[in-house]
Ligand binder design. Structure first.
Ligand SMILES: Cc1cc2nc3c(=O)[nH]c(=O)nc-3n(C[C@H](O)[C@H](O)[C@H](O)COP(=O)(O)OP(=O)(O)OC[C@H]3O[C@@H](n4cnc5c(N)ncnc54)[C@H](O)[C@@H]3O)c2cc1C
Length: 479
């Protein structure tokens, strides 16, 4: 990868949102960038396919995009000019309960708090500031590890975020309904809700619902990929599909290589370039539980018992805080819950291009032990029926994926882990290896830009941005 013989300035391996973000940031500086993608289509976790029936467009992985819409990097890109449109549901998310009531997150903190009875002022006190200062907060929380640029709001977030979701919700909320609402957000972390820092995920996600909303990408998540590639190409970058990288020899010569991959693949591909201590750490990296997902084609919208749920983009199913916590702990402990926390989304209710007229798509998954092959279809459908009796009568057809299918679909989903590695405290900040600059691999010209680096999983492109900034500084002297 010597400078003189370089064909490209940089090659990115993998075209997920972080790979594309890294490529865009480098191309913005006028560098010649190539993205190599193993599969026939680009996008990694942001692809859309007719998984069930013709004309039913299903998001294979990500569907709900608070972190993309609120990303300090993606929000600076002209993606709207390249075809991306956000579709906002009436309510970002809702959490139905067994008595027919539901906790509903509205865009306004006040309106949400008002429906939470005696927790009204606690909710308002917790989320008013975090959402009002979202731009500052997200630039620190999703930014590089450094002294915060916005110490007041970040300290406030850090103080509450360091607790477990269990501790924080007990401290702040008196009602089971409010605790359940918070559990539904915190459980996106795929961590047991008793783990320190699990509250931080709940805080970021609930605050983002008020600050930026939880939108869908019109036409499906693939629209994010299309817009990013269109912008990248306008900057002179190129994406090549069906180019699986198995060894470093598969990569054209370039000054820098950025892997949008997880540690296990990097340890294999770059094996003979890595210092043994670093390679050992990559191999010791901890992956989290997996997911079992179902996509349905429906004859009509999901018949939620609670009417407000019909206006929410995302639904958190699982009842009380305690029930959700027990389901999440089970997946972490290698067990399958009979009543798991189910994350569901109904994009076609708000984006009518997702299904033939009058018909609908529905997306849901639950967390399962790493590597699980158990068919969770019946268990997930029972959880939906619990809050939407008659759901099964609306099913035209369905498509499911267990952890093995996910890993085959995208080699980054090791054991079905969708976050590029478990996100417990040490591995949240020190991923893939605890060092000052986690994006630099200790071998000439090699970098990592995937969600296996801070700030971790989700479609936000921030891992790609931070890796690209490191490349610009180290290889091209651009601070
Ligand atoms: C079921 C599911 C639901 C999700 N829901 C959401 C959601 O609603 N909102 C959200 O924000 N996030 C969600 N996520 C998470 C999100 O999709 C990921 O965090 C995100 O895609 C990570 O981006 P990335 O660029 O790091 O890697 P990826 O998106 O995983 O991209 C990596 C790319 O590298 C390619 N690749 C792998 N190996 C090679 C190789 N050897 N050579 C060349 N190419 C290779 C892969 O094919 C892939 O295209 C979900 C994920 C899943 C699976």
């Amino acid at each position: 990868m010597s400078e003189a013989s370089s064909t490209y300035d940089a090659v990115v391996v993998g075209s997920g949102p972080n790979g594309l973000s890294a490529a865009i940031r480098l191309a913005q500086e006028g560098l010649q960038v190539l993205v190599l993608e193993a599969k026939a289509t680009p996008g990694g976790g942001t692809r859309t396919q007719e998984l069930t029936e013709p004309v039913f467009l299903h998001d294979v992985c990500s569907a709900v995009h608070p972190t993309a819409a609120g990303s300090p990097f993606l929000s600076t890109l002209p993606l709207q000019q390249h075809g991306l449109e956000w579709v906002h549901p009436t309510y970002p998310f809702a959490h139905p309960l067994d008595d027919g009531d539901a906790a509903v997150a509205e865009r306004s903190v006040e309106a949400t708090a008002k429906s939470l009875g005696i927790d009204r002022s606690s909710y308002q006190q917790l989320f008013q500031q975090l959402s009002a200062h979202w731009t500052s907060l997200s630039s620190d929380v999703l930014g590089r590890l450094r002294i915060p640029k916005h110490p007041l709001i970040t300290a406030r977030f850090g103080f509450y975020g360091m607790f477990s979701a269990d501790q924080l919700s007990t401290m702040k909320f008196s009602q089971a309904k409010t605790r359940a609402l918070f559990a539904g957000c915190a459980a996106h972390s795929i961590l047991p809700l008793e783990k320190a820092f699990s509250a931080s995920f709940g805080l970021v996600l609930a605050a983002s619902a008020h600050a930026v909303g939880w939108p869908f990408a019109k036409g499906g998540s693939a629209s994010i990929t299309k817009a990013m590639i269109s912008y990248l190409e306008s900057l002179g970058g190129t994406v090549e599909c069906k180019q699986e990288v198995r060894t470093l020899k598969d990569i054209p010569s370039s000054r820098a290589v950025l892997f949008d991959l997880t540690p296990r693949q990097i340890a294999r591909i770059a094996s003979n370039k890595l210092p043994s201590g670093y390679k050992d750490k990559l191999q010791d990296y901890t992956y989290g539980p997996g997911v079992f997902k179902i996509d349905w084609a429906l004859s009509e919208p999901v018949p939620w018992k609670n009417k407000a749920c019909r206006k929410a983009g995302t639904l958190h199913l699982g009842g009380s805080f305690e029930e959700i916590a027990s389901g999440e702990k089970a997946a972490w402990d290698g067990k399958h819950s009979e009543t798991p926390y189910v994350l569901a989304a109904q994009p076609s209710v708000f984006d009518d291009g997702r299904a033939p007229e009058g018909k609908h798509t529905f997306w849901a998954y639950c967390h399962v032990p790493s590597g699980s092959t158990k068919d969770m279809t019946d268990i997930i459908e029972k959880q939906i029926e619990r809050f939407a009796p008659g759901f099964r009568d609306t099913i035209i057809s369905k498509h499911s994926m267990n952890t093995k299918a996910f890993e085959q679909y995208n080699p980054n989903y090791i054991g079905g882990d969708i976050n590029g590695g478990a996100q417990f405290f040490k591995q949240l900040f020190g991923r893939p290896v605890m060092k000052w600059n986690p994006y630099k691999i200790p071998a000439e010209g090699l970098y990592i830009c995937s969600s296996s680096t801070p700030p971790g999983g989700g479609v936000h492109g921030m891992c790609g941005l931070h890796a690209a900034e490191t490349v610009l500084k180290n290889e091209f002297g651009k601070a």
